[in-house]
Design a protein around this ligand. Sequence first.
Ligand SMILES: Cc1cc2nc3c(=O)[nH]c(=O)nc-3n(C[C@H](O)[C@H](O)[C@H](O)COP(=O)(O)O)c2cc1C
Length: 304
Amino acid sequence: MSKKVLVVYYTQSGQLLDIVKSVTASPEKDQGVEIIYEELRPKPPFPFPWKSDEFFQAFPESVQGIPCELEPLKVSGRNDFDLIIIAWQPWYLSPSIPVHAFFQSPAAKGLLSGKPVITVTGSRNMWVMGQQKIKEYIMENGSRLAGNIVLFDRAPNLLSVVSIMRWMFTGKKDRYLGIIPPAGVSQADINGAARFGPLISDALLSGKWDKLQDKLVAAGAVDVKPGLVMIEKRGRAIFNIWARFILKKGPYGSKARAKRLQAFKYYLLAVIYLISPFASIIYMLAKPFRTRAIQKQKTLYQSL
Ligand SMILES: Cc1cc2nc3c(=O)[nH]c(=O)nc-3n(C[C@H](O)[C@H](O)[C@H](O)COP(=O)(O)O)c2cc1C
């Protein structure tokens, strides 16, 4: 019997589509498997490369899950898929605005209800808090998470902040000034994601989803970095406060909130470059005494 897979994705640079295509390369060759790709298209589109003001403008809505408008989905009204793959990226430790918009749409409920879902993430390196929100959305839409694949930039945290800013603001992602590594998920990691495809095929063709995540984790699909999770957890709580504070001044694009957005921008830069290095040093010093707690965190965020 033939199997139909829907891939829902949003991408600005094309990176996330490259990742998901690598994952689906093998299932796509399976006999009787049909894969349909549905791109989320915000109306109007978000800019890429971004200007600084536009980049920070997207902060409160990302954090509070306030959706943008989307062009209608091409597959709207269909619900005959055997698997939905959702490829999403974090914006400000939360799902990106177009991804929030998809999950909150009536079309999502129709597509997702009763269906197994696999999530695929392509991020700088902080995806854990966003994935918690994605899990909520999946439950609210009546579907069940069957697998999770996470790709991220493996460069040191403080260097990848520089490379991603350059990438986001200029579109350039090559090596920079000799020491800043290329931005984004490495091509080797993108190509390597093809190894998850046969595991997905097995589950899809047999209809048995229960063991998929264990197999994906064993194949290295979810590498949790507890030091970064610690930063994310604190950041998420503070981002919520900032987002509410900015939203009090007005909705997306309103002039009245410009000053508060500017203040947030300086706050964020200070946290990244002044506070987070100290937090990382303290984490490294405490690490030998916290091995059990760290292992527990890894297992927690590797599971569904
Ligand atoms: C506004 C904005 C905020 C971002 N925030 C995060 C973040 O919190 N954590 C993270 O790991 N990456 C973050 N990124 C990087 C994205 O998750 C993603 O990797 C990058 O934008 C490339 O994705 P693309 O496929 O849409 O081009 C952010 C990107 C943008 C544009």
